[in-house]
Design a protein around this ligand. Sequence first.
Ligand SMILES: C[S@@+](CC[C@H](N)C(=O)[O-])C[C@H]1O[C@@H](n2cnc3c(N)ncnc32)[C@H](O)[C@@H]1O
Length: 328
Amino acid sequence: MQHWDNYWQKTKTLNSFAEGEQGLGYAGDIARFWQQIFTTLQPNASILDLATGNGGLAVLALQTNDRFVVTATDKANIAPLQLFSRQDASYKYLKKIQFFGNMPSERLTFAAAEFDMVISQFGFEYAEPAATLQQLYRILTPVGKAVALVHHADSFISLDCQVGLAVLPVFTAADGLLAKAQAFAIFCKPLQQFTDLSAQQQQLLKQHSNLLLSAFMATQQLFSGDKLDWFNVMAKDLVPALSNWRCLSEDTITTLVHNLTDFKQRLTDQLAASWNTAQIKHIQKIAEQQGFVVSVATLDSAEGKLCWVFKLAKKVKENNDTGEYINN
Ligand SMILES: C[S@@+](CC[C@H](N)C(=O)[O-])C[C@H]1O[C@@H](n2cnc3c(N)ncnc32)[C@H](O)[C@@H]1O
């Protein structure tokens, strides 16, 4: 969980894997999907955003209707209000959300029937499904519903994630680029005390820095297309660090190693959490056995398959098996 704690506490983003402009909140197909779901709710509905991260989906709910009462949980130690401030557009919404970090979906501490709707964007699937479903059944009102957008094993996101994982070892392997950068930092350290380098020191520095540059370029040339994009993303903090040997330190490279190791762990989690057809059928069965009526569909976008749409409603008791499900 440390990799998620670090990510949410140190990255000023509302959503995972979406820094910069993208990290300001959900937009496009995902936002449209949820806005439509939110229109089905009463104006003052109580909503729980499960595995919320820094609250991207919870914020979207309040942007759609600021009368919703929104709670948000995550197993990670989240603290979004420490990253965002008054100047940020999302701040006024984040302030209205009750966040509970260190709360796994399998162990929600809320009272029974507390929520009209549970929502989750790429979060439900990270927890153990049977225990989580049990919790949802308990905390939803009798007519409450849960809607989760869940990673699909064949989505373009999962495929892209696999590409990222294939590229990462060129940085993190024992003889990878970061190990070479660390050796260069160690070499540079004693030279940093000199204002002017001797001719011999300059020549040695040039040799070492050329060796590193050649290794970097030779590795970069191994890739094209999506792999090259990933390589460049992963190299984005390394290149500026190496460009100034006087300021380069072992600690700087160690931080980059930690960041990429955390990144690898998040990508690995994401792939492990992606459901294939057999898995979603299995989880559907568990949900039905626990008393839910389940609807499963896929959501596509211009880039291809985006995710599963997993919807749950409690079976209506008088109605025996069939239950009632509003298809929204
Ligand atoms: C891909 S992120 C999604 C976060 C957020 N919903 C978003 O849209 O950006 C997955 C989240 O699941 C959380 N998580 C992992 N295992 C969990 C569990 N058992 N219970 C609750 N949250 C969990 C992680 O901490 C992480 O914040």
